[in-house]
Design a protein around this ligand. Structure first.
Ligand SMILES: [Fe+2]
Length: 133
């Protein structure tokens, strides 16, 4: 499932990053589905992981800059998701680059992104609006 306008939270920089984030996830799973080489899929997984870290860092900095009260909860969810990605990377490496490991994680990752954005990040967007940001 691609990014769609119902996922917009109204903070343009964050919305842009969410779109890119979905693109990275999509590129990873498309590479898996199209049976690209294990190296290529591994690279896409690294790109997704790197981008996730950058995005969470930027998003958290934004939350702190506007004194967002939901920050601790967001931080906790971000940390847990990064932990899942770390596990996925380790599992992929241990399997010797088995693409099934990636394909099995597809729904989980997409569901997490969609749910996190439509609940937690939406609340952040509402708060930003309420304080005039
Ligand atoms: Fe978030």
């Amino acid at each position: 499932m691609p990014w769609n306008p119902t996922l917009a939270i109204g903070v343009s920089e964050i919305d842009k990053q969410h779109m890119t984030w979905f693109d990275k996830a999509d590129q990873l799973f498309e590479a898996g589905k199209n049976r690209k080489s294990a190296e290529f899929v591994g690279e896409m997984l690294d790109f997704l992981d790197d981008y996730t870290k950058k995005h969470f860092g930027d998003e958290e900095a934004y939350m702190l800059s506007i004194n967002y009260p939901g920050y601790p909860n967001q931080k906790q969810q971000h940390t847990a998701f990064l932990e899942s990605l770390k596990k996925l990377k380790a599992e992929y490496a241990q399997s010797g680059g088995n693409i099934l490991v990636i394909l099995n994680a597809n729904q989980l990752v997409i569901d997490w992104l969609t749910k996190h954005i439509s609940t937690e990040d939406k609340k952040l967007g509402d708060y930003a609006k309420s304080v005039g940001k």
